[in-house]
Design a protein. Structure first.
Length: 344
């Protein structure tokens, strides 16, 4: 039972009255009537004195604090007047409520600071990434305008370089759009039963020429597997596997291999994409899914990466209620694995 000021005053008055009557009982001349009158008088006096002090003086201050908080119109600070005034210690009740509110707000402030820092870094990264292909294309075009266009062979070479820079810019913008859409939920996943082995074979055909140029062998494991039915968005899972396999081709060692393995469990399939390249240093593993993060920036520029692929992949797999597990051993290779629910 929560003690109100009235109950506290009643208890104090009872204690004072009892002590008074006990003390008077030791006096022989005190009759029962005198004890009753003294007890009743001391009870009433103590009760009203304590009640006035608690309710009028003490709780008046509490009421002022409460009214001040109400004037602040803090919508998410929910302190009910009734619960405050009926609590055993109203000041403690107010203190706890305000402390909880301050702690919650501090968490929000910390999160806002983190997001603000993230936004600044993101804008700086986007500006840098956009500037590179724009300046390159701009340089080639101005060179042509300054007279290089008069030499057909030079003009063709510079136009190809400008086109390559603009293609990179186009890929970057498209990846930024996709990343923004998956993060905000604007892209709705179309879940259906799909054969992920067939999707992998299609990706191998698409990337076959790129793999051949580096002498990389693409293979599916186990060899005997013909079908692997999973619940997924076919287009997005195609994008996920393309990213993993393409990275294996770009960053794996020449004349190496990239394999996609399917392992069946009771309710899901484990899909693993593995290469035998130089691997990813341990201190980089935790950050490879960040936007624009590159392990080897110079090599990423040469291979044409936007630095957004793995960030997009992470969000797509999160939408599939799956997560990525990555393991890497220097000079041995890298393994990316994730799970997908079985199709019925």
């Amino acid at each position: 039972m929560k003690l109100s000021p009235r109950w506290i005053a009643f208890l104090l008055a009872g204690i004072v009255s009892s002590i008074t009557m006990l003390f008077l009982s030791f006096i022989p001349e005190c009759t029962t009537n005198i004890l009753f009158v003294a007890g009743a008088g001391s009870f009433l006096t103590a009760f009203f004195t304590a009640y006035v002090m608690l309710d009028i003086l003490l709780l008046k201050e509490v009421k002022q604090i409460y009214d001040t908080l109400q004037k602040l119109k803090i919508g998410d600070l929910d302190i009910k007047k009734k619960s405050v005034f009926k609590s055993f210690n109203p000041f403690n009740k107010l203190n706890n409520e305000i402390s909880d509110y301050v702690n919650a707000k501090q968490i929000e402030i910390d999160e806002l600071k983190r997001m603000e820092s993230f936004r600044r870094e993101f804008l700086a990264d986007v500006s840098h990434e956009l500037k590179t292909p724009i300046f390159a294309a701009q340089g080639f075009v101005h060179t042509l305008l300054d007279g290089a266009k008069d030499d057909p062979s030079v003009a063709k070479r510079f136009l190809k370089k400008a086109a390559k820079s603009l293609d990179g810019l186009d890929a970057l913008v498209r990846d930024l759009v996709v990343l923004t859409q998956v993060e905000t939920g604007d892209i709705k996943m179309n879940f259906e039963i799909v054969d992920i082995v067939s999707i992998t074979e299609d990706i191998f055909e698409q990337l076959e020429n790129k793999a051949d140029k580096r002498g990389i062998h693409l293979k599916i494991r186990p060899k005997a597997i013909k079908e692997c039915a999973v619940v997924a968005d076919a287009q997005r899972i195609y994008q996920v596997l393309t990213n993993f396999i393409d990275n294996g081709i770009k960053y794996g060692k020449e004349n190496g291999k990239v394999s996609v393995e399917f392992e069946e469990f009771e309710e899901h399939f484990l899909i693993t994409v593995e290469d035998d390249g130089p691997g990813i240093p341990k201190d980089h593993l935790a950050r490879i899914f960040e936007r624009f993060y590159r392990v080897d920036k110079s090599r990423s520029r040469e291979t044409g990466g936007t630095g957004l692929g793995l960030a997009i992949v992470k969000h797509i797999l999160n939408a599939h209620k799956s997560s990525i597990n990555v393991t890497s051993t220097p000079e041995t290779g890298t393994r990316f694995s994730f799970t997908l629910s079985k199709g019925i």
